[in-house]
Design a protein around this ligand. Structure first.
Ligand code: HEC
Length: 151
């Protein structure tokens, strides 16, 4: 009887450990999907605006302002929730430096949020020069983080 209970305890401990590992892998994959999706939303809006600024698409003030507003809203979502500690795998381009230098990573995120806010404001006011310069500033903020923290 005693022996059976010990065996059973051993079995359930193994099951628990097994599912905890599966959960961890699952949640890493979900975090990577989540952060990639947010990045994709931002780049789509960047490209739409870029095409208008370069004259590849007709410049429409209201549409441009909408793209800038959506990008700004996305940048203010909980992006850090998509970067739980050590959430790396073969499908991801995230570098370990993110968690080794978390403060620098979050500073770059805050910087992007400030720049996207500035762009949204400029786009709403429609001042062409301010739009152009804040668009370029935002692009630099994206690149600066990618350079340091993306493979
Ligand atoms: C605070 C750092 C940081 C900022 C700021 C940032 N990114 Fe990223 N971005 C990353 C990291 C890290 C990855 C790699 C994620 C991965 O592969 O797991 C990434 C990945 C991407 C990807 C690839 C997504 C995919 O499909 O996997 C795109 C596109 C992208 N970023 C666009 C942008 C744009 C556009 C901006 C600016 C508006 C931006 N990012 C700002 C850190 C940042």
């Amino acid at each position: 009887m005693m022996k059976n209970r010990l065996v059973l305890m051993g079995v359930s401990a193994t099951l628990l450990l097994g599912s905890a590992t599966a959960y961890a892998e699952d949640s890493v994959e979900q975090a990577i999907n989540y952060r990639s999706a947010l990045m994709e939303v931002m780049v789509w809006n960047m490209k739409q605006m870029g095409a208008m600024l370069k004259g590849k698409k007709p410049f429409e003030q209201a549409t441009f302002a909408r793209r800038a507003r959506d990008l700004n809203a996305t940048s203010h979502l909980d992006i850090l929730a998509g970067f739980p500690e050590d959430s790396v795998d073969d499908d991801s381009d995230a570098r370990d430096e993110i968690w080794l230098d978390w403060e620098n990573f979050t500073t770059k995120l805050d910087n992007m949020r400030n720049k996207s806010e500035a762009l949204a404001r400029a786009a709403a006011s429609g001042e062409t020069e301010a739009v152009r310069s804040s668009f370029s500033e935002l692009g630099k903020a994206c690149k600066s983080c990618h350079k340091a923290f993306r493979k």
